[in-house]
Design a protein around this ligand. Structure first.
Ligand SMILES: Cc1ncc(COP(=O)(O)O)c(C=O)c1O
Length: 427
């Protein structure tokens, strides 16, 4: 069953905003998505009805405790986590990673090795580089192939040895759009006893994410990339998290997950995150019934959520196909990611490209002038931009459709580029 795009778009008030008679086209989604009404309503309700600090004896505090518990369960369903106790909230993925890296660092010693990737956002690189500097760890870099835009698993095998203690990789790239085989990577890492830390910030908005199937130890994501508010989420394997020393103030409980949640959290952010999960669940119940059999091992909301993600991914793949097909026709355009129509199941629809002789910033400015929102730059995927050899030329233009975008919006973008690029070349 195809998705009902009108019904979907009606959920997102921001999508119908018009500026000077021109509709907004949101292709800046990899940097942050718009939110459905369910998110706004949950945040509003939280701020009006349950606005209190946690663990008190009075009504608003009891309510906010219940809301947090409900959101943990919702995130456990979205990530197929065994328990809501393994869900930790924080300000954003970067802050959570910087924070927990201190605790993970307590397990590491001088001379130990860690594997980082050249494809990742710096949020899954910088914190570990700093840890390596603090502790005297050796960093081994996993490159990706600049033709296939994928990791070569044999190269990982060459990097791993008995001194490897930690492997940090992204699930989906915010630059190339590649979906990495994190399951295979975790299997290799586990075989030598290394901890695995997966950045799923760009995966969760697009694909069914299953921490048990992946077999990772930690997985992090951000609700504002999956149609929720600014809220970071970490899933950690219970046995590991219980063995870590949490960096926290003394009155806070020693128990997971609270021991990793520093200070007063954004309760309204958690409420909004629940709203985002509710939204996926609505898709699962209304538009993705035929995908439920993909997840016959699950039931209830968990099944609906994972079915919804498969359904949305299929739709997004059709958009990626027309976007990539259209870009291929444009003069001087190089796409830095998988373009083979037969391999689109190995990428999310995030498409980065460069245009010979035209700076990425000039392209994003021209599109902005037409109310089409795209990013230009390295998107903090610094290592990837360097490996692709585009860092010194302003890196790339990134067009990031999600399921609420339409085929007509892709056409609008391609038409503007078709008109602009020949003129920009001459200039
Ligand atoms: C792949 C990836 N990882 C991590 C981050 C950082 O996320 P946050 O803003 O939640 O710290 C981003 C943000 O763009 C990202 O795209």
């Amino acid at each position: 069953m195809p998705i009902d795009l009108d019904a979907i778009r009606a959920q997102f008030p921001a999508l119908s905003i018009v500026d000077n008679d021109v509709s907004r086209v949101y292709f800046d989604n990899p940097a942050g998505t718009q939110v459905p009404l369910s998110v706004v309503e949950k945040m509003r309700d939280c701020l009006i009805q349950s606005n209190a600090n946690i663990q008190g004896n009075f009504r608003t505090s009891v309510q906010v405790d219940a809301l947090i518990a409900e959101t943990r369960q919702a995130m456990a369903d979205l990530l197929n986590a065994p328990s809501p106790d393994e869900i930790v909230f924080g300000q954003n993925m970067t802050t959570i990673t910087l924070h927990i890296s201190r605790s993970i660092g307590r397990l590491l010693h001088e001379g130990d090795e860690i594997v980082l990737s050249r494809m990742d956002h710096d949020a899954n690189v910088g914190p570990w580089l700093m840890l390596a500097e603090d502790l005297g760890l050796t960093v081994r870099w996993l490159p990706f192939d600049t033709e296939s835009y994928e990791f070569d698993i044999n190269m990982l095998d060459e990097l791993l040895n008995e001194r490897t203690k930690l492997v940090c990789v992204g699930y989906a790239s915010n630059m190339t759009g590649t979906i990495n085989d994190v399951k295979a990577i975790c299997e290799r890492a586990k075989a030598i006893g290394a901890i695995t830390y997966i950045d799923a910030v760009q995966a969760v908005p697009h694909i069914s994410t299953d921490v048990q199937d992946i077999g990772c130890d930690f997985l992090v994501c951000s609700a504002y990339k999956f149609f929720g508010p600014h809220q970071g989420i970490l899933w950690g394997r219970r046995e590991l998290m219980e063995g870590l020393v949490p960096y926290k103030v003394r009155p806070v409980s020693e128990k997971i997950p609270g021991c990793f949640e520093t200070g007063t959290q954004s309760h309204e952010g958690m409420a909004g995150t629940l709203g985002a999960v509710d939204y996926f669940s609505w898709i699962g119940q209304t538009m993705a019934r035929s995908y439920h059999t993909n997840y016959s091992q699950f039931s209830g909301r968990r099944q609906a959520l994972h079915a919804a993600m498969d359904c949305l991914f299929d739709y997004e793949t059709t958009m990626a196909k027309s976007l990539l097909g259209g870009l291929r026709q444009l003069p001087g355009v190089t796409v830095h990611g998988i373009t083979d129509p037969a391999a689109l199941d190995r990428r999310v629809p995030t498409v980065s490209f460069t245009v010979e002789g035209v700076p990425p910033d000039a392209v994003s400015r021209e599109l902005a002038a037409q109310n089409i929102f795209v990013w230009s730059g390295h998107f903090y995927a610094v290592e990837a931009a360097r490996l692709l050899g585009i860092y010194d030329q302003g890196s790339a233009v990134r067009v990031g459709p999600v399921h609420y975008n339409s085929a007509a919006e892709i056409d609008t973008l391609l038409n503007v580029l078709e008109d602009f690029l020949p003129r920009a070349h001459v200039a």
